[in-house]
Design a protein around this ligand. Structure first.
Ligand code: S3P
Length: 453
């Protein structure tokens, strides 16, 4: 499954475009959780008697490398996950059902996926068997070169305070081994707004003794909380504080909406291409994820959302734009668009005026150092941009002086896709683009929709 380095040349889209519709793939964050949380509910020790553990169906799942890692890990923990094409509406469904769990030493390959690694550590830390005893497994998590550099102490430190037993090297990075332990709930205040950390601690809280309270500095994506509510967890949210009490999750069928982070590439593309009228059907519009829509509106784009309710709200998003202006991204907005910053920075480079991005030091520890990779890429294209410790400044001149360049993805899917979108205006040579498969395998097919018009 390891992607091979592949280069790709993007041809600039030429004339006015008219109507473009893109059906983006399923949401990555929700797909990971749909598999993992249902696996925890259905597996031995999940709380359900053997006779009640039938199975659940997930539709709209993102079929990508990252989600494939979570799927494989779940299968190692005692469920079978089967793809079924052609449901009632012709859609693809994934059936999750319990099987005998593995015991002893497990080796789990998390690939490039931080969400797989961090959520799994929390889920594994207090895992129980059918008799309620710590599950007799030693699970070693490992990942690719990028994931093996990313910080894990942010989850390991609080989990250890709960009693987790984890063996890890001095760097506090993968590989690490989670050993069986009995956990005790605790009150934890995090300094970073990270949904991965929050989710890991709340998952551990499900199997701890006593309540676990987790407070975050600003709101991060709340998919885990929405799943916990839908799956019957003993769970309370008060502002930025969530409290979970020990108990089982009930399995639920899930309809995964389109990924707003993937949709953001096309929203920006529509803003860069004069005359484009973009429609993105059935995109997840959970307010903890829609910062990019707010920002594009503040930059002058016309973005409308026809919203339908649900556990995870979704809606049809339409974008038209007649030129962008610079803006400021900071504070509580940042976690609501953290993954969209590379492509918003591209938008800023083609806008008129200065864009300032602050409070985004988390970008330094994503799949690449995204402050460096974005600023270096924009400069290679002739943009005026400078890195700051917690963000960047971009001086947009409406695209004047911007040119095609050769951009290294650094194995980071969102860097490859952001600069591919920039290439719709200037042309672009992208090095090492196979990484798009981690979140959006059909990205380059969809990119062509903007060129064919
Ligand atoms: C994610 C949370 C974010 C995000 C990542 C997915 C999640 O990471 O960048 O792509 O699904 O919980 P952090 O929690 O590290 O901010």
């Amino acid at each position: 499954m390891t992607p091979k380095p592949v280069d790709f040349t993007v041809a600039a889209a030429t004339s006015a475009r008219g109507a473009v519709t893109v059906q983006v793939p399923g949401d990555k964050s929700i797909s990971h959780r749909a598999l993992l949380f249902n696996a925890l509910a259905l597996r031995e020790g999940g709380g359900l008697p053997r006779t009640e553990r039938a199975g659940v169906r997930v539709t709209g799942l993102l079929e990508s490398e990252d989600v494939g890692r979570t799927r494989a890990a779940c299968e190692q923990l005692g469920v079978r996950i089967v793809r079924e094409a052609g449901g009632a509406g012709g859609e693809v469904g994934w059936w999750i059902a319990p099987v005998e769990p593995l015991r002893g030493a497990l080796s789990i390959d998390c690939g490039n996926s931080g969400t797989t690694a961090r959520l799994l550590v929390g889920a594994l830390a207090g895992l129980r068997d059918g008799a309620g005893h710590p599950m007799p497994i030693a699970a070693t998590l490992h990942g690719d070169a990028s994931l093996s550099r990313r910080p894990m102490r942010r989850v390991l430190d609080p989990l250890r305070q709960m009693g987790a037993r984890v063996e890890v090297g001095d760097a506090g990075t993968l590989p690490l081994t989670v050993l069986p332990a009995v956990l005790t709930g605790m009150d934890h205040t995090s300094k970073i707004a990270s949904a991965q950390v929050k989710s890991a601690i709340l998952l551990a809280g499900l199997s701890a003794q006593g309540p676990t309270r987790y407070t975050e500095p600003t709101a991060s994506r709340d998919h885990t909380e929405r799943f916990f509510a839908a799956m019957g967890a003993d769970f309370v949210i008060e502002g930025l504080r969530s409290t979970v009490r020990p108990g089982a999750l009930r399995p639920v069928d899930v309809e995964v909406p389109g990924d707003v982070s993937s949709a953001a590439f096309w929203m920006v593309a529509a803003c860069l291409l004069e005359g484009a009228q973009l429609t993105l059907p059935a995109v997840g519009v959970n307010p903890t994820r829609t910062g990019a829509i707010d920002v594009l509106r503040s930059m002058g784009a016309e973005v409308t959302v026809e919203e339908r309710g649900g556990v995870e709200p979704l809606g049809d998003v339409r974008v038209r734009c007649a030129g962008l202006r610079g803006t400021t991204l900071s504070g509580a907005l940042i976690p609501r668009l953290i993954d969209e910053i590379p492509v918003l920075a591209v938008a800023a480079a083609f806008a008129h005026g200065e864009t300032v991005i602050r409070d985004a030091e988390e970008l330094r520890v994503k799949e690449s150092d995204r402050i460096a990779t974005v600023v270096n890429g924009l400069r290679a294209m002739g943009a005026e941009a400078e890195a700051t410790p917690d963000g960047m400044r971009i001086f947009g001149r409406g695209g004047a002086g911007m040119r095609a360049a050769r951009i290294e993805s650094h194995g980071d899917h969102r860097i490859a896709m952001a600069f591919a979108v920039a290439g719709l205006r200037t042309g672009m040579q992208l090095a090492d683009v196979a990484c798009v498969a981690t979140s959006y395998p059909a990205f380059f097919d969809d990119l062509r929709r903007f060129q064919a018009q």
